[in-house]
Design a protein around this ligand. Structure first.
Ligand code: PGA
Ligand code: ZN
Length: 423
């Protein structure tokens, strides 16, 4: 089936900032649209998100955050290469790679390339009469990912009310996604009630839908969350565990990890032992970015001492990038990778990174960004790619719930199994 039109344009993300949408129209008259997300605690090694910046900021009321340049690249540089051709994700991604040969899509912008690549994936699935999830896995049981869900937010997503970025829950003992999600909603609700009873400000919803409660230390935040879990009547260990996204690059400078809320600073070596103490004392099953994006030594030494059942998860460290993943595999710097398509820029290349990680025995966690849209393609990618785990933020805000709801839908209408990587 041929592509008759490709159109890029600006739409809004969940923070009310402009982002890129791309619509591919096929010769049967159907149109397939994708919208890309945007991060706030972005890693230095991510593919480039092209925004207009100061020079072009006079062009519209969106100012420097506008993505008009990226949109123009879709319409003037990518469209001529693919309109009139058969719709095929592999062909389109290869065409994009030919137009922009930089390693980080700094010419077209990764927001432009990913928008087109995702629209191409949706249109290719349609041409084969498949859902996006089934396009990647046509036969057998789809694997519904285990969710890792944000309850308490800090860092760049909540005005630094807590130094660490997220305190999350992994409902390891749930037998279905439907059950898993119901536990999470109950815990978030109970945490909000406990917080307001204790006079905390709980109406502040952070960028990813978590509760933006201020805590002096991560220990106090986890104690609070454990209290909420116990109040709900769920059992820590057998039914669920905690996870942290430290996002430590955000508070690392000049070789020092600075925790502002608790007024403590640590050398790299001291932070390694502090993190070790945390994962040994608290029921933490996964710890993301405990060390800064280029502090490889700390990652390597932590992996030597980390309890074997703890997932050591690289986000800013690995940025969904093959070279950085290979380095981490070789040096044993982590044992799992966060997969964010917009850190990479293309659907096919993101899938390649995921497959390479899986072959190396790494766990894979497909992830949304703090700036999201109502688009739910992430749920289909996670499921079709058999990622095993997914991280979307909290259970608040339709840009988050669009992904959860799509997983609920897949669990109802498809032949599926529920991934239980920790049991
Ligand atoms: P971001 O953060 O989307 O704001 O970059 C998400 C994360 O660190 O996992
Ligand atoms: Zn992260």
């Amino acid at each position: 089936m041929k592509i008759t039109k490709l159109l890029g344009y600006q739409v809004l993300d969940s923070r009310g900032r402009p982002t890129v949408a791309a619509s591919i129209t096929l010769e049967d008259g159907t149109t397939h649209t994708a919208r890309v997300p945007s991060g706030a605690s972005t890693g230095k090694h991510e593919a480039l998100e092209l925004r207009d910046g100061d020079q072009l900021s006079q062009k519209s009321f969106y100012g420097s955050l506008a993505v008009s340049q990226a949109v123009e690249n879709v319409n003037l540089r990518i469209a001529p290469a693919i309109v009139g051709r058969q719709v095929d994700l592999n062909f389109i991604d290869a065409a994009i790679r030919e137009i922009d040969t930089t390693s980080n899509f700094s010419s077209l912008g990764a927001n432009a390339t990913l928008a087109v690549s995702l629209a191409a994936a949706k249109a290719s699935a349609h041409a084969q009469n498949l859902s996006l999830a089934r396009y990647f896995q046509p036969q057998g049981n789809l694997l519904i990912p285990m969710p890792m869900v944000n309850i308490l937010s800090g860092g760049a997503h909540a005005n630094r009310s807590l130094d660490f970025q997220d305190v999350l829950i992994v409902p390891t003992g749930a037998v279905s996604f439907t059950e898993a999600l119901s536990w999470i909603v109950a815990i978030r609700e109970t945490a909000a009630q406990l917080g307001s009873k204790a006079g905390m400000t709980t109406h502040l919803v952070a960028d990813e839908g978590g509760l933006g409660i201020a805590f002096e230390s991560i220990e106090l935040a986890m104690d609070f969350l454990i209290e909420a879990i116990e109040k709900v009547g769920l059992e820590i260990g057998s039914q669920l565990s905690l996870a942290l996204d430290v996002a430590s690059t955000q508070f690392f400078s000049n070789g020092i990890y600075n925790l502002a809320s608790s007024q403590k600073s640590y050398s790299s070596a001291d932070f390694v032992s502090y993190i070790h103490t945390l994962v040994s004392t608290y029921p933490i099953i996964s710890i993301e970015d405990p060390f800064a994006e280029d502090d490889w030594e700390s990652w390597n030494s932590f992996m030597q001492i980390a309890p074997k059942n703890v997932q050591v998860l690289g986000d800013d460290l690995l940025t969904t990038n093959s070279e950085r993943l290979n380095k981490a595999i070789k040096q044993s710097s982590a044992n799992s990778i966060l997969i964010k398509p917009n850190q990479n820029g293309l659907v096919t290349d993101t899938h390649t990174v995921l497959k390479a990680a899986q072959s190396a025995g790494f766990a894979t966690v497909v992830s949304a960004r703090s700036g999201e849209t109502e688009d739910s393609w992430l749920a289909d990618l996670a499921t079709g790619w058999r990622a095993g785990q997914i991280k979307v933020g909290s259970t608040h805000g339709s840009e988050r719930n669009a992904k959860w709801n799509r997983l609920l839908e897949l669990e109802q209408i498809e032949k599926v199994e529920f991934s239980r990587p920790f049991s």
